[in-house]
Design a protein around this ligand. Structure first.
Ligand code: AP5
Length: 224
C-alpha cells in the first residue's frame, strides 16, 4: 500500500490534534506532535523540558536546535516506515527544509500537507474552552465537546486541566508567531502542489470526513 507521509498545518486551536486522533486510527499512521513531545519533557523536568519550557510558556517557538532532532529521530523509526502524520512541525522554513532533506536522504517524499484554516476569533473561543487530560492528552472543549463527567477524562478517568499557554494574552501572541513564521509555509507547499485546505470552522466530524475523503483519494491515485 502507498505510503502517506503527512504534515498537519494550521493556527493554534484549529483542530490539528483533534483530527490527528481520528486520522491515525483511520490510516494506521505513526503520529508525532512536537507540542505533545515537548509538554511531556516539561512535565518530566528533563534537560529538553528545561530548555523548551520558558519558550512554550510565552507562546514563542522553541529554538530549532532543540526541536529538529526530535522529529528526525522519529521519522527514521520502523513504526514510521509505512507513513507518518506530523503535527506542529515544520513551523518555519528552516524546519521545512529539514524535513525535505531528511526524507530525500531516506528516499521518501511528502504526500500532502493538510492545512486546517480557522479565523482568529474562533481560535480564541476554542482555546479558552479547551481541556486536556493529564494522563494521555485526550482533548475536550467545555462547550463544544464536553466530557460526560465534568473535569474527568471519558477515556482514561484522569483529571482535565487547561493548558498553561491557553490564556488569552498568550494565545494572541501564538497567533502572531503563527502568522509571522508558520503561515508562509502554506504558500511554499501550495507552489509544490502538496497543500490541501480544510475549513476548520465546520464540526469536528465534518472536518474529519473531508480530510479522510481527500486522503483516501490521494492514496488511490498514488496506487494507480
Ligand atoms: P502545539 O501543541 O503544537 O500547539 P498549537 O500548534 O498552537 O496547536 P494547539 O495544540 O493549540 O491546537 P490544535 O490545532 O491541535 O487544536 P485542538 O485539536 O487541540 O505547540 C505548543 C507550543 O510548543 C508552541 O507554542 C511552541 O512553543 C512549541 N512547539 C511545538 N512545536 C514546535 C516546533 N516545531 N518548533 C518550535 N516550537 C514548537 O483543538 C482546540 C480545541 O477546539 C479543543 O478543545 C477541541 O476539542 C476543540 N475543537 C477542535 N475541533 C473542533 C471543531 N471542528 N469544532 C468545535 N470545536 C473543536
Amino acid at each position: 500500500m502507498a505510503q502517506l507521509n503527512l504534515i498537519l498545518l494550521g493556527p493554534p486551536g484549529a483542530g490539528k490534534g483533534t483530527q490527528a486522533e481520528r486520522l491515525v486510527d483511520d490510516f494506521d499512521l505513526a503520529y508525532y506532535a512536537t507540542g505533545d513531545i515537548l509538554r511531556a519533557a516539561v512535565k518530566e523536568e528533563s534537560e529538553l523540558g528545561r530548555r523548551a519550557g520558558e519558550y512554550m510558556e510565552r507562546g514563542d517557538l522553541v529554538p530549532d536546535e532543540v526541536v529538529v532532532g526530535l522529529v528526525v529521530d522519529r521519522i527514521e523509526r520502523s513504526e514510521a516506515q509505512d507513513g507518518f502524520l506530523l503535527d506542529g512541525f515544520p513551523r518555519n522554513p528552516d524546519q521545512a527544509r529539514t524535513i525535505d532533506d531528511e526524507l530525500s536522504r531516506l528516499g521518501r517524499q511528502l504526500t500532502a500537507v493538510l492545512l486546517i484554516e480557522l479565523a482568529d476569533g474562533e481560535v480564541i473561543r476554542r482555546l479558552s474552552g479547551r481541556r486536556m487530560c493529564v494522563k494521555n492528552g485526550h482533548l475536550y472543549h467545555a462547550e463544544f465537546d464536553p466530557p460526560k463527567r465534568e473535569g474527568v477524562c471519558d477515556q482514561d478517568g484522569s483529571r482535565l486541566v487547561q493548558r498553561d499557554d491557553d490564556h488569552p494574552d498568550t494565545v494572541k501572541h501564538r497567533l502572531e508567531v503563527y502568522r509571522e513564521h508558520t503561515s508562509p509555509l502554506a504558500e511554499l507547499y501550495e507552489e509544490r502542489g502538496l497543500l490541501r485546505r480544510f475549513d476548520g470552522s465546520r464540526s469536528t466530524s465534518e472536518v474529519h470526513d473531508h480530510i479522510r475523503a481527500s486522503l483516501a483519494t490521494l492514496r488511490l491515485e498514488s496506487e494507480l
